[in-house]
Structure formats: C-alpha cells, structure tokens
Design a protein around this ligand. Structure first.
Ligand code: GLP
Length: 241
C-alpha cells in the first residue's frame, strides 16, 4: 500500500484528482470505478476544473459506481445517481450511456444484483477504482461481517453507517436501511485502487485498514492484499499511524 500524506482535504482532493487525471490521459477509454460520500467531492471538483481548462477529456470513459441505496429513485436528491450527476457527470463530457450504478428502484434484490454483475462483466474490468472509507472501515457498502462478499449484493446498513449518513437526510427515519453494493472480489479485481480519506474521525479506520489484521470486520483491510493501492489521506486521518 502506498500512503500519500496530504496536508488537508483540499490537498488530498488535488492529489487524488491528479492520479485519476493521469489514468484518463494515459487511457482515454478507461473504466473508472467511482464512489460517493463527502470524501471524493473535492476530487470531482478538481477533475471538473481540469475538464473546464481543456486538460481532460472524459468522452471515452466508462464509469461503474460502487453502490446505491435500495428504494431511492434517480431523481431523489439523496440517491447516489443524483450525487454523481450533480458532482460529476453533468459537469463534464462523460457519455451518460456509459455511466452505471446499481438500480435502486429494483425491489427484487437478486435481479438488481445479477443485472449489475452483468454490467460490470460487460465493461471488461475496472482500470481504477476510487474508494472512500467508512468509519467502521467499510468500502462501498460492504459492512463489517463474517465474510467478504464477492459480488454485488444487498446489504443491511449498520447503525453506525445509518447515523453517519443521517446528516444528508431530513431525519434518521428517511435513511434507507438497505443498499446494493459492489462486492469485494470486484473491487479487488480493479487494476488500481485509490482511497481518499480525510479527518480525525477516520484515523482509527485508516490504521485498521492499513495495518490491522485482514478481517471482514474491517472490510477495507483486504486492500492490504491488492498489489496497487494508493491511499491519499490528510494529516488528521493519518494521526494514529
Ligand atoms: C458511505 C458510502 C461509501 C463511503 C463512505 C464514507 O456510506 N457508501 O462509499 O466511502 O460511506 O463516506 P464519507 O466520505 O461521507 O465519509
């Protein structure tokens, strides 16, 4: 694991965007695995700035997102599709037909997960997967548990995650209790993984992910077994290392 120390959130975002930008420049038709949450917002802002300057062209890329809340339609402002559209897709020249997320409106979980696995297989593998890190070390919505789930699956969100994500909703009761998430095998099959982490409240999760035992209780710890992982973290997030 390569750990890159950033001064603060803005510095983290610039560095992470530079890594993604180099991927897009080197392979204009690459497949980017994308993430939501507060951590990557600044990264997307910097990529948009690169596009506006004329330095970056996203017209050839394909994107597959990590996860989506079950039950939220695309036009719900808390859906991850809405987030991606708002922070990235609508601001650059990505082809909307080449952007993929699990279908949150599909009530049949098996069907939704099977369909997303087929999408992932059809894009031919992820070149670079961007990840945030949950307070409990989750990646995507792969919550602590007894196993590493291989492929797309429906998860019951943990209380910690529901509380952490409550800030985006009108009340805790509005936070969906389930989500569809890409599995760990799919994430591990990405050629490169880029993790962005910021803030003191993530310091324990960063330490456990990078240096703790490899365990499904800290899903991010499996990344220790990947041979091309870059973690861009700010000083606060690295404060326990
Ligand atoms: C969310 C998302 C994850 C994200 C994580 C951290 O629940 N499903 O993909 O990485 O939690 O979010 P944040 O960056 O807002 O702290």
């Amino acid at each position: 694991m390569r750990i890159i120390r950033a001064k603060d959130y803005d510095d983290m975002s610039r560095k992470a965007a530079a890594i993604i930008a180099s991927q897009v420049i080197m392979k204009p038709n690459c497949v980017l695995g994308l993430a939501t949450g507060s951590s990557p917002i600044g990264t997307y802002d910097n990529l948009v700035a690169g596009y506006e300057k004329g330095d970056l062209d996203f017209s050839g890329i394909t994107t597959v997102n990590l996860d989506e809340y079950k039950g939220l339609p695309r036009d719900n402002d808390q859906s991850y599709y809405y987030f991606m559209n708002h922070h990235f897709f609508s601001r650059v020249n990505v082809n909307p037909e080449r952007t993929f997320l699990p279908d949150g409106t599909e009530t049949d979980s098996d069907k939704a997960c099977r369909a997303y696995n087929e999408v992932i297989a059809s894009v031919g593998g992820i070149d670079l997967q961007l990840l945030g890190l949950g307070h409990n070390g989750h990646i995507g919505f792969n919550e602590p548990g007894d196993v590493f789930e291989a492929q797309t699956h429906c998860v019951d969100l943990t209380e910690t995650t529901i509380k952490a994500n409550q800030r985006f909703f009108a009340s805790i009761d509005d936070v969906p209790r389930q989500a569809y998430t890409m599995g760990i095998k799919t994430i591990m099959q990405a050629k490169k993984v880029l993790v962005v982490v910021s803030g003191k409240d993530k310091a324990a999760a960063v330490k456990a992910t990078c240096f703790g035992p490899i365990t499904p209780q800290v899903q991010g710890s499996i990344l220790q077994l990947h041979n091309d992982v870059t973690i861009v973290a700010d000083e606060a997030a690295l404060s326990e290392i």
